[in-house]
Design a protein around this ligand. Structure first.
Ligand code: AMP
Length: 432
């Protein structure tokens, strides 16, 4: 299978070859023909599978093949849950469109001033990548021209729904012309995602890349049981000293926990930084740039802040705190083992978190083997120990490992931009 056999036009093939992509990934092989045909698509695939190119390449090709209507509004709108992901999708679009002429690409995200975005929206645009909150702000001010909109793409739709963006996303899609093509990528078809898709997509083709296919075989997974939090921290610091460690992301359950742990890792002699949603956008961008350049070796992050991070040299993902859902686990470990590299996913768990791990194993279909950390005693975990809060459904959030604040936002929409100053301190979810 080659990109040329998917009938991609030569400027796209040239850009792919310059990017070093030799052949399509499974999701690309299956999604590209569907999107090129103009059909609605519901694709189940997650980060690390090459999903971004799976929707961008055919969308760019459709722009080339069809004549643009007069006007200035975007012809392709891509909605993403977080600012980081929006920026990455935009960068990917710029890369894939590098050999196309006259394709104008922009991004509209929260946390940055409005005037530059207003200017961007006043000029003709072809591809717009946006987070829903800030997009709606502009929409409410009458700054979005929907007349030319041909394709709406929802990236990581499950996460957008999780974060409470559902009403915003639905309003945006309903404002688009009825003739639009709607493409939805999600890590799961379960729960409210399916209902959402059936309301907004028409006669959609469904593609599912099974979890075992989605996870790189290159990622080894294991768990270290610890007697308490202090031991977890000591184990992590010991592992960070190992020679085989390249760059690492350490996931914590809370923003405060991320700050504290980054400080502790820094004190132990590693270049470490925290990344979470309480940081200003400028600081987040700087931290990410330092991580990309290698100046920061260990990034301590919360789930939402780390979405979409694509750094090929990440050798280890540490789940310092277990994720709240099995899907979050898959997203987290997808940060390593990227683009054919090998990687390790290392979880820490207390004895009563065994049930949460079991759920993750059921969800991914792959075992997470307990192994000791050299120099620490092996903690025996009886096979039948049940977690304190062992939900039966892998996607139910907040009921998982029982750590950290609940992620659900009871009402309203996640703050994104100027409305971000809500009460609730660290208990609020992070928005993109
Ligand atoms: P994504 O799942 O879209 O986040 O992509 C994961 C990573 O794979 C990114 O670093 C892409 O640049 C890379 N990638 C996507 N498609 C291909 C391909 N066909 N060949 C090689 N690398 C790819």
């Amino acid at each position: 299978m080659s990109f040329a056999s998917l009938n991609l036009i030569s400027p796209l093939l040239q850009a792919l070859s310059a990017a070093g992509y030799e052949e399509p990934t499974p999701i690309q092989a299956r999604a590209i023909p569907v999107v090129l045909s103009g059909r609605d698509l519901m694709a189940c695939a997650q980060t690390g599978t090459g999903k971004t190119a799976a929707f961008l390449l055919p969308a760019l090709q459709r722009l080339e093949e069809r004549k643009a209507a007069p006007g200035r509004g975007p012809r392709v709108l891509i909605l993403t849950p977080t600012r980081e992901l929006a920026t990455q999708v935009k960068d990917a679009a710029v890369l894939y469109a590098s050999q196309l002429r006259h394709i104008r690409i922009g991004a509209i995200v929260g946390g940055v001033p409005y005037p530059a975005q207003q200017k961007l929206l006043m000029r003709p645009l072809d591809v717009l990548v946006a987070t829903p909150g800030r997009f709606i702000d502009h929409m409410e001010r009458g700054r979005i021209d929907f007349a030319r909109l041909e394709i709406v793409i929802l990236d990581e739709a499950d996460r957008m729904l999780d974060m409470g963006f559902l009403p915003d996303v639905e309003r945006i899609i309903k404002a688009a012309p009825a003739t639009r093509q709607t493409v939805m990528f999600s890590a799961t078809f379960e729960g409210s995602v399916a209902g959402f898709a059936s309301r907004l997509l028409t006669d959609a083709e469904r593609i599912r890349i099974e979890p075992t296919q989605m996870q790189s075989e290159q990622i080894t997974q294991h768990v270290h049981y610890a007697s308490d939090t202090a031991q977890k921290k000591a184990m992590l610091l010991a592992l960070l000293n190992e020679a085989a460690m390249g760059q690492a992301i350490v996931f914590t359950g809370t923003k405060h926990g991320a700050d504290r742990l980054a400080t502790a890792i820094g004190h132990s002699g590693h270049a470490a930084a925290a990344l979470h949603g309480d940081m200003r956008q400028g600081a987040r961008n700087r931290t990410l740039a330092e991580f990309r350049s290698g100046a920061v070796r260990v990034l301590v992050a919360t789930d939402v802040a780390a979405r979409g991070i694509d750094v090929a040299s990440i050798s280890h993902v540490f789940n310092y705190d277990l994720p709240r859902s099995a899907e979050d686990y898959v997203h987290r470990i997808g940060r390593t083992g990227r683009a054919g590299q090998s990687g390790a996913a290392v979880s820490f768990a207390l004895r009563d978190e065994r049930a949460a791990l079991k759920r993750i194993e059921r969800f991914t279909g792959r075992p997470i083997l307990p192994v000791p950390v050299p120099g620490f005693p092996l903690i025996e975990v009886p096979a039948e120990v049940r977690g304190r809060a062992a939900p039966t459904h892998p996607t139910k959030r907040g009921a998982g490992a029982g750590k950290g604040p609940a992620r659900h936002r009871p009402s309203g929409r996640p703050g994104n931009g100027p409305r971000a100053g809500r009460p609730g301190g660290s208990r609020r979810p992070e928005a993109g």
